[in-house]
Ligand binder design. Structure first.
Ligand SMILES: *Cc1c(COP(=O)(O)O)cnc(C)c1O
Length: 373
């Protein structure tokens, strides 16, 4: 109890760079009035999860026991599916945990973490959490520009983060461009290729970054079970790279960072590549249908950036605004992502959902433009 006139007790004070950061803002699933909406705002898999993963989860386990701290069986299965060395893989509580570890290991006060102007909203938080500066290179029609990224490298740059395909644009840098980016970086700068949407890309183009990570000392590639594998709630991701990078991440990650159910579900999901292929096929067809519908509304100022991911970034440059479309889609029962805080006030990121939902989203956009539905 404080005495009258005594000075208030000092509170614990955060480090100054922590005081400046805000918590990660997740996608919405409710309207302003609290009405539940179909969530097309977090890039979740509309087909759900692999039946094999659901069966593994239904088996149950003894919750009194800790999980395998090294996720050995899961790492061996990842290695088998992708032709990698299991000793060069670390699993994490989502790939987000591992991105944090990698940045924490290499960057701090006085350092810079570089990304493209429109990239994953988590990236500046990764830098700010460790007191480093987040630096953004100018884009090339919303996509990452290798030339601009290389021009933005300074002697303070410790890490370059490239989400490929990118979030929130969906843009994809060809393997030759990723190789050119790596070739232009100093050897002591870490390149992290974040392939959260890697499974949506043409399988022929999916292995290039793994080869870069296998052959170099300064490349990490991350993948997740949160998107195409439909296991976002289980929180499982992984990275691969050179042994010294794997060692750094292992020192910093949580000791029992992947739950028993997460390890089991991810292991089973890897064994069901037919589900991943069906997810890719559904996504390609429905993304093309939405892109075509947006292009047909071009005379109303709508356009979409090319996407290789499970969402489409739609731009509104006419009388119909992004804020207006956000409201109309909410009235139609859909939550999509408006990202004015990321410098995209005139755009909406729409996750590719079930076919019937995409039909309704297209109808709502057409109605808003005054076109026949
Ligand atoms: C969704 C996403 C992730 C995945 O995060 P998890 O922690 O694995 O769920 C990583 N990077 C990008 C660019 C994403 O959009």
């Amino acid at each position: 109890m404080s005495k009258p006139n005594s000075k208030p007790l000092a509170k614990p004070q955060p480090k100054p760079w922590i005081a400046q950061i805000h918590a990660y803002v997740p996608g919405k699933s409710k309207s302003a009035s609290g009405k539940p909406l179909v969530k097309l705002s977090a890039n979740e898999n509309p087909l759900g999860s692999s039946p094999a993963a659901l069966a593994a989860l239904a088996e149950g386990h003894n919750p009194a026991d800790y999980p395998d701290p090294d996720a050995r069986a899961l790492r061996e299965k990842i290695a088998e599916v992708h032709g990698l060395d299991p000793d060069r893989i670390v699993c994490g509580t989502g790939s987000g945990e591992l991105l944090h570890c990698a940045v924490q290991a290499l960057a701090g006060q006085g350092n810079e973490v570089l990304a493209s102007r429109y990239s994953f909203s988590l990236y500046p938080l990764l830098a700010h959490k460790v007191g480093a500066q987040a630096v953004f290179a100018e884009d090339n029609s919303y996509a990452a520009s290798v030339d601009n990224l290389l021009a933005a490298v300074t002697e303070r740059t410790r890490v370059v983060l490239l989400d490929n395909p990118n979030n929130p644009v969906g843009s994809f840098l060809a393997p030759s461009e990723v190789v050119r980016l790596h070739a232009g970086l100093p050897s002591d700068v870490l390149l992290i290729v974040d392939e959260a949407y890697g499974e949506y890309v043409d399988p022929a183009l999916q292995h290039a970054a793994f080869e870069l990570a296998a052959a170099n000392e300064n490349v990490l590639v991350s993948r997740t079970f949160s998107k195409a594998y439909g296991l976002a709630s289980e929180r499982v991701g992984w990275v691969t790279g050179a042994p010294h990078l794997i060692d750094l991440v292992n020192r910093l990650r949580g000791a029992f960072n992947v739950s028993v159910s997460g390890q089991k579900a991810a292991l089973a999901a890897l064994g069901d590549q037919a589900f991943v292929a069906a997810t890719r096929k559904h996504n390609m067809a429905e993304r093309a249908r939405l892109a075509e519908a947006v292009a047909a509304l071009g005379n109303h100022g709508l356009s979409a950036s090319p996407s290789e991911a499970n969402f489409l970034l739609v731009h509104f440059d006419g009388a119909v605004t992004a804020a207006g479309a956000l409201e109309a889609l909410s009235d139609a029962g859909y939550a999509v992502r408006h990202l004015p805080g990321q410098g995209l006030p005139r755009s909406l990121r729409i996750t590719i959902g079930k076919s019937e939902d995409m039909t309704r989203v297209i109808a709502a956009l057409r109605a808003l433009c005054g076109e026949a539905v």
